[in-house]
Design a protein around this ligand. Structure first.
Ligand code: NAP
Length: 300
């Protein structure tokens, strides 16, 4: 239970509703900023404007998955008001106040550092990334179906990277009957790909592998699908780039060659916002519970 905790949930999309639901069930007191257009009311949560929140009593601040923009604005899907977070606001909170977001940027890093508050990036955690790979794969399948006129079954699929997303994508496309080749640079990844019964190749050999690819799925956040790689692909190839913006594909060259290349960020929030919210809600309730326990132990 989170009885006695005061949490400010500032901005966000449908994923945040699952977090609010879970934390109110656990008896935390919530200040919701940027939710005035939300019809639903949650017991234990009050909708407030930023200037109405008593930040001196806030134990934790929960930001949306993207954190803030580079000028401190927070995305608010359920509000027309512009909401900003600043170093001055964070400085009002108690020293133990922790800020949670999905990812961070230079602005958020800087204000939390200047205010001397702890920032937790939930998407850096292995558990969150692995759970999130499930809706990511489902979104990738949806895109592959929408943008091709052939079945995944029997098609040649090249996957780049064997991280948390690459592993799930590779396993699922293989299970769907695709001929899957996975590219990596580490020998242990090459070994794992082979153990999974898939074709393994070193990323240095990518140009030789893509000559008969139907679907190329990139999970590496660096330019790996370069112009020279794209020049070797058949023109019917579909490139789905899952890596964080700006992706790892030379989109300009793909367009010039007439190859369809799609950057597909944020698939969990698009295809399964409820599940994506539950993933975050479960991890957050665990982290906040541990935090509360630590604080109580220190008080004894
Ligand atoms: P991850 O576990 O860190 O895996 C990244 C993979 O890229 C690893 O195989 C890594 O190999 C490889 N890699 C990184 N830098 C490389 C380089 N310079 N050269 C060659 N290989 C390199 O990350 P993840 O959780 O799988 O996520 C992958 C990407 O997808 C991230 O950009 C993430 O933000 C994004 N993502 C997108 C969605 C979506 O909806 N589109 C959803 C979730 C995640 P090494 O081990 O050799 O470094």
């Amino acid at each position: 239970m989170l009885t006695g905790m005061q949490i400010a949930v500032i901005g966000g999309d449908a994923r945040q509703l699952e977090i609010i639901r879970k934390l109110t069930e656990l008896d935390a007191k919530l200040s919701l900023v940027g939710f005035e257009q939300l019809d639903h009311a949650f017991t234990g949560a009050i909708k407030e404007k930023m200037e109405e929140v008593d930040f001196t009593a806030i134990d934790s601040i929960i930001l949306p998955v993207p954190g803030t923009s580079l000028d401190g604005q927070i995305e608010t899907i359920f509000s027309n008001e512009k909401v900003f977070i600043t170093k001055e606001i964070l400085s009002k909170t108690p020293a133990h106040c922790t800020i949670y977001s999905g990812i961070t940027n230079s602005y958020l890093n800087e204000i939390t550092k200047q205010a001397n508050r702890r920032l937790v990036q939930l998407f850096e955690r292995d558990d969150v990334a692995i759970y999130n790979s499930i809706p990511t794969v489902e979104g990738t399948i949806m895109m592959a179906i929408q943008h091709t006129d052939f079945t995944i079954h029997g098609s040649t699929v090249v996957i780049l990277g064997l991280g948390r997303v690459g592993m799930s994508v590779a396993r699922t496309f293989h299970a769907m009957g695709a001929k899957v080749a996975v590219g990596a640079r580490k020998s242990e990844h090459i070994a794992r790909i082979t153990e999974m019964g898939l074709t393994a190749f070193h990323l240095d050999d990518i140009s030789n592998i893509v000559t008969d690819v139907d679907i190329c799925i990139n999970t590496i956040p660096y330019l790996v699908v370069s112009a020279s790689v794209i020049s070797k692909m058949p023109v019917h190839t579909l490139i789905i780039d899952l890596a964080s913006k700006p992706g790892g594909t030379d989109f300009r060259y793909a367009e010039k060659r007439g190859i369809k290349a799609l950057l597909a960020p944020g698939l969990p929030g698009i295809v399964a916002p409820k599940t994506a919210g539950q993933i975050l809600a479960n991890v957050l309730s665990q982290l906040l519970g541990e935090f509360l326990l630590n604080r109580k132990e220190k008080e004894v």
